[in-house]
Design a protein around this ligand. Structure first.
Ligand SMILES: Nc1ncnc2c1ncn2[C@@H]1O[C@H](COP(=O)(O)OP(=O)(O)OP(=O)(O)O)[C@@H](O)[C@H]1O
Length: 240
């Protein structure tokens, strides 16, 4: 199996504060990989490094055998950040078109992709509204649509279902799984344990370190418990 994301000996400090400490992690192609860990454990910092928005203090990150950061990788990575990066005074459709044009999609292709992405997140009926009039959940959904707009090979989703109702969350997960069957690699951060259970592999992050990694079943076995919630509490709780 080819490795899509390889993180090698990565550390990150802000001043004296060590946020990531010697992280090693490999995400194989076609996997749904989950990063789980308590708030402030370093997940977003790690994700931003993979996207090329943040540089390691030490170590390096390769995506598709290319050292990050690299401009050509932008086309291949769809990134949904925790904070929505949308233009409030543009409509949903204009936002999608803007991002589609950044990726140099042709007019016809833009239309197809905008329809697909808007439909996926249930926003088709709201595309003509300005984003400043969207609810929080609608903005999250539009951010997910933006991450998918160029049909990227890799999807990096930082807590994609926060603020999204259960029904839509389920349809988003159905789509995540469908995208996996088309060969995409998906990295997702989450606090929601039933979502973690849907991942092929997980890494548990705490205080900037990976405590444990493996399939959900392996992690449960390792900790000799039946629910990921308990694994999370055992491995992910504060240092005693
Ligand atoms: N630019 C920065 N300067 C200083 N400290 C930072 C900076 N960015 C992140 N940190 C610190 O790094 C630590 C990890 O933050 P990070 O956002 O990666 O955590 P997280 O696991 O994604 O948390 P959450 O789930 O709440 O988003 C936190 O203590 C945070 O305050």
């Amino acid at each position: 199996m080819a490795s899509t994301i390889v993180i090698k000996d990565v550390s990150k400090s802000y001043g004296k504060k060590i946020v990531l400490n010697q992280i090693n992690l490999t995400v194989e192609s076609g996997q749904i990989f989950g990063l789980i860990g308590p708030s402030g454990s370093g997940k977003t910092t790690l994700v931003k490094m993979i996207v090329g928005m943040n540089r390691p203090s030490h170590g390096d990150v390769h995506v598709l055998n290319t050292l990050v950061p690299n401009l050509n990788l932008m086309q291949k990575i769809g990134y949904m950040a925790q904070a929505d990066a949308l233009y409030g005074d543009l409509t949903g459709e204009e936002n999608l078109r803007f991002f589609a044009s950044l990726f140099k999609l042709k007019k016809e292709e833009q239309k197809v992709r905008i329809n697909y992405a808007a439909n996926l997140v249930n926003l088709t009926a709201h595309l003509k509204k300005k984003v400043q009039d969207y609810s929080g959940g609608m903005k999250r959904r539009l951010s997910l649509a933006v991450a998918l707009i160029q049909d990227p090979q890799i999807l990096i989703l930082d807590e994609p279902t926060v603020g999204i109702d259960p029904e839509l969350r389920q349809s988003i997960w159905t789509e995540i799984r469908r995208l996996k069957t088309t060969g995409k690699t998906i990295l997702i951060t989450t606090h929601v344990m039933d979502e973690a259970d849907k991942c092929d592999r997980l890494a548990m992050v705490r205080d900037g370190e990976i405590l444990a990694s493996g399939t959900p079943a392996e992690l449960k076995e390792q900790y000799n418990i039946t629910s990921l919630e308990e694994v999370f509490l055992k491995a992910g709780g504060k240092k005693g």
